[in-house]
Design a protein around this ligand. Structure first.
Ligand code: UDX
Ligand code: UDX
Ligand code: ADP
Length: 471
């Protein structure tokens, strides 16, 4: 059996690596339009950072795992084709800002239609709006030359930074197919692939539309939990309650559960906002205005939380951060990833830059080029020293990338933790305090540090959702 995956990204790369690892008898090829991406996958510098990924790639690459730009050849030779291309939010036209942009996805579907010479199972892996399989079927049938393309939905639930663990030990694998004899047969073929390492009772079979919708709903529910606890964090600060204690007590109810209740500066990542907006758009298209409004609020609270943090920094620092140096620890959307897509750090940093603060940013995985790109800075003043000052021609804005947390904090008026990297728990905060301007402010956007310990050192501490005690 041969499997081809179109799209060598965060989802396609790790997923196919684990299939190749667990199914040595199956040849797995990952193809992509981007030659640069494929070259990176074939090198020692993989295009994405995921703990454990490189070891698997080293083990399988060249054995039963290939990365190639020859889409036509590998599509035509494969029995199962996964579509794992990006589906960003549309930026213009109908549904702009909400609907999924299916341009890449349709282009992949047309490539399959053109390249196929025999029957195929085509698997939707990227998150798509519900009933996308209908359009996919039409594109494939339109150009089918008598070939049968059986469509399945097999959404991926992996989280970044823990992709390999999620793939090796998934909570569930969801496979949706058409309820026809051919559909059921195709479901069985894919089920057999996963059965190489996933226990039978974790492989869920559903109808196609349920599978497509479940992915959007799972992400919407997860994001909703974060917005719920973040909304409560504001109330905790106002009342003297501690959001960690509240979340712990609430999460002990087995109907609620303890996971995903960490208050933060807001959720980021490539999926949550995009998928909720997509859900909102689908609801609106179906005339369900109240349902759409309900889910919109999850995104609104997330924006509110980011703004609230920026306002807290400014108001605490005597209502001005102009010309003050602020150390930003963490820029990625979460720990253990270099991914900055929709990271709340972008909005927080931009908010501080607009107030004319000088930022020295340290993140263990995010490059200075990426930070510069995300903050839309001017490229011309880029120098390659560890500490870099960038100048925007319109307003003079200053951003530096420090090579470690101590360097970032040296001489700063304030430290902001924006990503919960483990190394930030173990820093020598006494040393940091001594190197800073006084009063030394500390804004913990991820509840990483013990505020009591930092206050004992002398910091003025603000932690999300915790009682405020200045000075
Ligand atoms: C998410 C889903 O978890 C995954 O199942 C889906 O396939 C893709 O989207 P991901 O975005 O990679 O995965 O990471 P996740 O761990 O879900 O975190 C998303 C964001 O929420 C991060 O910014 C994280 O910091 C934030 N978060 C998470 C919180 O603020 N609090 C929490 O308690 C959990
Ligand atoms: C609730 C809380 O469960 C309990 O912990 C608290 O102490 C008091 O309030 P109660 O109102 O007695 O208890 O019943 P509960 O089982 O929670 O149901 C409340 C309502 O939600 C009922 O009308 C029930 O039919 C409805 N419900 C519950 C649903 O519609 N769907 C569900 O999945 C669960
Ligand atoms: P995800 O997080 O969903 O995996 P990524 O953006 O990381 O998304 O990866 C998607 C990949 O799909 C990119 O490497 C992109 O080059 C690739 N891609 C997009 N459109 C096509 C296409 N029509 N054919 C092949 N590859 C594509």
């Amino acid at each position: 059996m041969k499997i081809c995956c179109i799209g060598a990204g965060y989802v396609g790369g790790p997923t196919m690596a684990v299939i190749a690892l667990k199914c040595p008898s199956i040849e797995v090829v990952v193809v992509d339009v981007s030659a640069k991406r494929i070259t990176a996958w074939n090198s020692d510098q993989l295009p994405i950072y995921e703990p454990g990924l490189y070891d698997i790639i080293k083990q399988c690459r060249g054995r039963n795992l290939l990365f190639s730009t020859d889409m036509e050849k590998h599509i035509s030779e494969s029995d199962i084709i996964f579509i794992s291309v990006n589906t960003p939010t549309k930026t213009s036209g109908l549904g702009a800002g909400k609907a999924a942009d299916l341009t890449y996805w349709e282009s992949a579907a047309r490539t399959i239609a053109d390249a196929s010479k025999s029957d195929k199972i085509v698997v939707e892996k990227s998150t798509v709006p519900v009933r996308t399989a209908e359009s996919l079927k039409r594109i494939l049938t339109h150009n089918s030359k008598g070939i049968n393309h059986e469509i399945l939905s097999n959404p991926e639930f992996l989280a970044e930074g823990q992709a390999i663990q999620d793939l090796l030990k998934p909570d569930r694998v969801l496979i949706g197919g058409f309820e026809t004899p051919q559909g059921r047969k195709a479901v069985q073929v894919l089920r057999d692939v996963y059965a190489h390492w996933v226990p039978e009772d974790r492989i869920i079979i559903a109808n196609l539309w349920s599978a497509e919708l479940s992915k959007l709903v799972a992400n919407a529910f997860l994001a909703q939990r974060i917005s719920s606890v973040n909304a409560i964090s504001a109330l905790c600060e106002a009342t003297g309650a501690d959001v960690s204690q509240v979340a712990y007590a609430v999460g002990k109810d087995s109907r609620i559960g303890p996971m995903f209740l960490n208050a933060s500066i807001g959720f980021g990542g490539s999926s949550f906002k995009k998928d909720i907006l997509n859900l909102v758009y689908i609801c609106e298209c179906n005339g369900l205005a109240e349902v759409a409004d309900y889910w919109k609020l999850v995104v609104k609270i997330n924006d509110y939380q980011k703004n609230r943090f920026v306002e807290r920094v400014i108001s605490s620092m005597f209502n001005t951060v102009a010309g003050k140096r602020i150390a930003v620890l963490g820029f990625a959307c979460k720990k253990d990833t270099g991914d900055t897509r929709e990271t709340p750090a972008i909005d927080v940093c931009k908010g501080l830059l607009e107030e004319k603060a000088t930022l020295s940013i340290y993140d263990p995985q995010v490059t200075k080029e990426q930070i510069q790109h995300d903050l839309a800075m001017n490229n011309s003043d880029l120098n390659h020293s560890n500490y870099l000052q960038l100048t925007n021609p319109a307003t003079i804005k200053q951003v530096g990338k420090a090579s470690n947390a101590y360097e970032a904090a040296k001489g700063a008026h304030a430290v902001c933790i924006l990503t919960e990297w483990d190394e930030f728990r173990k820093l020598d905060y006494q040393k940091i305090y001594e190197s800073m301007q006084k009063p030394a402010f500390f804004f913990d956007g991820r509840n990483v540090v013990d505020p009591h310990k930092l206050r004992a050192i002398g910091f003025v501490v603000y932690s999300i959702g915790k009682p405020l005690m200045h000075g």
